[in-house]
Ligand binder design. Structure first.
Ligand SMILES: C[S@@+](CC[C@H](N)C(=O)[O-])C[C@H]1O[C@@H](n2cnc3c(N)ncnc32)[C@H](O)[C@@H]1O
Length: 432
């Protein structure tokens, strides 16, 4: 894929080092509201923070077109940037909205009181509300088993309590407390917690989440301009025609992690009792599930050429490119089940869309000159190689329509903000 000299980014040594360090940071995800829900395949806040600091200024717009659990939006707002997130999943929309809500002091005080009394609502001898329409649609699947019905009842009681909260925003927060606790209790667990352990964890989560929401509020409000946030539940394909984005300026940074080619991540289910897939998270969030797993992963990995995947990446990323301008920097973290052919194919797709790859000068001597990171503890499943106990992700950086470098000039500068020419208008284009 290397055709001639690569384009080099002109960043300060500090920003470049921070980006590399952020991408390779292996610390557990923490801080702000990040741990409200463990969204599958979420990226590290340190990485997003470094990208935002390197390529944007306060007041700029940051877009994540595959926003998942909202990591990039939380970091953007905490750094005083406006944030836009798009995701096809209603669960992602729910989680991202709760994590990026700037709650008022009054709401936080009410939630504090609620959190203190929440554990007392869980009592296995008392009745629990049944969410009949969800039960009828099959969202209780795998929960009525004799080893799990007590937890199911505790979850229902906790949800019932969230429904007593005074506003839609507080109810969503309450649901998210239940979501986090139920994920801890059920998803991927060999041994289920007892009801008293569930009750204790529920109370801890509720109190810790109120504290985290206050930290997030203080961070977001510490800037001259209060950061705006837009979370859209839709496909990124066609966003250039979405009226909700029509009046917003072009994003200065697109920072994102799309579904990975050939790699199966279970975004929309929890796994209970081995590999039994439960749709419970949607019920807790009061949302409906879009479709089967391949809906969220851009196609079925059974087909070796991944034609649907690449068609979807092309359709979505062309729309993202259509709302960007020549100043926008695109930073994507991607992994591949078979990097040998999938990475060149991915880069070709970006090129067809009109995006030009940029490299970090500091990495000229490393591997292929790109920013790779290993993910030692993640278990991914790909048809080609079976279960892969570890994997690598790569950070791809692009700009829209950068010119071919001449033989004598080997770098294409990303100008510091004050030197940049005024934004070009972004014409829309049709996508599939
Ligand atoms: C790797 S996850 C993003 C994780 C995120 N970076 C985080 O930190 O939580 C990819 C997301 O892409 C979403 N997605 C799949 N197809 C999409 C599409 N056509 N448009 C927008 N989002 C899509 C999935 O629902 C999933 O949430």
């Amino acid at each position: 894929m290397d055709k001639g000299a690569p384009f080099l980014l002109d960043l300060s040594a500090f920003a470049e080092a921070a980006l590399i360090e952020g991408a390779r940071n292996a610390q557990p995800v923490m801080g702000l509201t990040h741990n409200f829900y463990r969204y599958p395949a979420r990226f590290s806040p340190a990485f997003v923070r470094a990208a935002i600091n390197a390529f944007t200024e306060p007041g700029d717009y940051v877009l994540d077109p595959y926003v998942g659990g909202g990591t990039s939006l939380i970091e953007a707002m905490a750094l005083g940037r406006h944030a836009v997130g798009v995701d096809i999943s209603e669960l992602a929309e729910f989680v991202t909205k709760v994590k990026t809500s700037i709650l008022s002091e009054n709401e936080l005080s009410q939630l504090e009181l609620w959190a203190e009394t929440l554990p007392n609502r869980i009592h296995i001898q008392r009745p629990a509300p049944r969410f009949a329409s969800y039960a009828a649609r099959g969202y209780y699947k795998h929960l009525d088993h004799h080893s799990r019905w007590r937890l199911r009842k505790a979850i229902e009681q906790a949800l019932g309590s969230a429904l007593t909260l005074d506003s839609a925003r507080m109810e969503a927060f309450g649901r998210c407390v239940v979501l986090r606790t139920a994920q801890w209790a059920l998803d991927g667990r060999k041994k289920l917690p007892s009801i008293s352990e569930f009750r204790a964890m529920l109370g801890d989560n509720a109190c810790n989440m109120v504290v985290a929401a206050r930290v997030f509020r203080n961070a977001a409000k510490s800037h001259d301009e209060r950061p705006a946030v837009h979370v859209l539940n839709r496909s990124a394909a066609g966003i250039e025609d979405d009226h909700r984005l029509a009046t917003l300026p072009a994003p200065r940074l697109v920072v994102t992690s799309p579904p990975y080619p050939g790699i199966h991540v279970l975004y929309h289910r929890w796994q209970v009792d081995g590999r039994k897939e439960a749709p419970l998270p949607f019920m807790i969030a009061n949302k409906l599930d879009g479709a089967g797993g391949s809906y969220y992963t851009m196609g079925d990995r059974k087909y070796p050429e991944l034609a649907t995947y690449f068609a979807n990446i092309e359709a979505t990323m062309s729309s993202v490119a259509a709302i960007a301008d020549s100043q926008t920097v695109f930073v994507q973290m991607v992994a591949f089940s078979e990097p040998g052919w999938q990475l060149p194919r991915y880069l070709e797709t970006m090129e067809q869309i009109g995006l030009t790859e940029m490299r970090l000068p500091a990495l000229r001597g490393e591997q292929d000159g790109r920013l790779w990171r290993s993910v030692p503890n993640r278990r991914w499943y790909s048809d080609q190689r079976g279960e892969t106990p570890g994997s690598q992700e790569v950070v791809l950086i692009h700009r829209k329509g950068a010119k071919q470098p001449s033989r004598s000039s080997r770098s294409d500068r990303v100008l510091p903000r004050q030197d940049r020419p005024s934004s070009e208008s972004s014409g829309s284009r049709s996508v599939r």
